[in-house]
Design a protein around this ligand. Structure first.
Ligand code: F6R
Length: 366
């Protein structure tokens, strides 16, 4: 039931403050001292002892994996590899019984992800599932797992499942770091608190929907778009571009902002909208200089900025403000305006946002 919403996708975007909360509810202790993941209890010693962690998924789930790579390496100091399931399963990867393999899938039925699971299992790795659909094949065939509590996702373009996956991965990364003693206890607590604050900040972003719609009206006729971000927000740039191409059929590319000068900058002209995820974090100065380079070539910059950033308001053509947050949890916020932007552009182009052409909600063929 779509309720008051015109499309499931919009409903699901709006549900995110609630679904993120559902996903961490009962798993974060109220004093932020502990993270409880019952489903992983038996395998946590294995995760702690792992020489490396391999995270596998497709599409949006693969983007969630990339965010986890940054977080697990930064805080838990364990090498992480992220793989497309369709590559991993066919490329004769080296896997052994000390490896922990995390498979991410909203549906839990994606054929390539299940094949990757079977391969990892065969090689003796510990296999962990993160999925949304209760009782799905992935949930049944893994050694252990954590459900995302996003509720049924109907829109083909994944939105609330993505933020729920990132929420679960954040909890795993922080719990692992805490158990390994690789994170400062105060920073751990602060980060858990930051995660708990996401739903409220997400609501504030959704209040900007009309503003985002007006930005969509300015750019919806563009035939290409570029999305840029650095650090934790590089995967968000990839996800923003994927959302746009899936539902509006506009060609969009996501790029690490630092890679721009190695190729994509050649595309920049006055017809190219460039969406830059540019909150005030450690990368800010670098990202601002990327924006200057785009402006110097007459590109149109839509910047996702920290609330109150007046500098970028002047430099960029359009800005979308998001509340300040810790960089490691910023993806959960900055992806929301990108989902809305794609949604409005698709509607303006007359596309069926819930059922884009050529796509299936669950890719059970290879
Ligand atoms: C993007 C999208 C797809 C899925 C991918 C994996 O919006 O929906 O890219 O993310 O097909 O699906 P799951 O997570 O069900 O394995």
């Amino acid at each position: 039931d779509k309720g008051d919403y015109e499309y499931f996708m919009l409903k699901e975007i709006y549900e995110q403050p609630k679904t993120i909360e559902e996903t961490f509810r009962g798993r974060l202790k109220s004093d932020y001292s502990e993270i409880v993941l019952g489903g992983l209890m038996n395998v946590f010693p294995k995760i702690e002892a792992a020489q490396r962690i391999i995270i596998i998924g497709c599409g949006t789930s693969w983007h969630a994996a990339l965010i986890a790579e940054y977080m697990m390496e930064e805080y838990a100091r364990v090498p992480v590899e992220v793989e497309y399931a369709s590559e991993f399963r066919y490329r004769k990867p080296v896997i052994n019984s000390n490896d922990v393999v995390i498979l991410i899938s909203q549906s839990g039925e994606t054929a390539d992800t299940l094949a990757a699971l079977h391969l990892a299992k065969e090689k003796g790795a510990t296999v962990i599932g993160i999925c949304n659909v209760v009782g799905s094949t992935l949930a049944r065939e893994t050694d252990a797992g954590v459900y995302t509590h996003a509720g049924v996702e109907i829109g083909v373009a994944s939105t609330k499942a993505f933020t729920a996956q990132v929420t679960v991965l954040t909890m795993i990364a922080l719990k692992l770091a805490r158990r390994k003693g690789t994170i400062d206890p105060e920073e751990y607590k602060a980060l858990v608190k930051e995660l708990a604050a996401i739903p409220e900040k997400g609501r504030a972003i959704l209040e900007g929907n009309e503003h985002i719609k007006r930005i969509a009206e300015k750019y919806y006729e563009a035939v290409n778009a570029l999305y840029l971000g650095r650090g934790y927000l590089f995967p968000v740039a990839l996800e923003g571009a994927l959302k746009l191409k899936e539902i509006s059929y506009v060609h969009a590319e996501g790029y690490a902002a630092g890679e721009m000068k190695h190729g994509p900058i050649a595309l920049v002209d006055d017809n190219l909208p460039v969406v830059v995820v540019a909150p005030q974090d450690d990368y800010y100065e670098k990202v601002v200089s990327n924006i200057q380079e785009i402006k110097a070539r007459k590109g149109n910059v839509i910047a996702i900025v920290t609330e109150g950033d007046t500098g970028l308001k002047e430099l960029a053509n359009d800005v979308i403000e998001i509340p300040k947050s810790h960089p490691a949890v910023a993806p959960l916020l900055s992806v929301i305006p990108l989902q809305l932007l794609a949604y409005h552009i698709a509607l303006l182009k007359g596309c069926n946002v819930d059922q884009p052409r050529n796509l299936a909600k669950s890719v059970t063929v290879e």
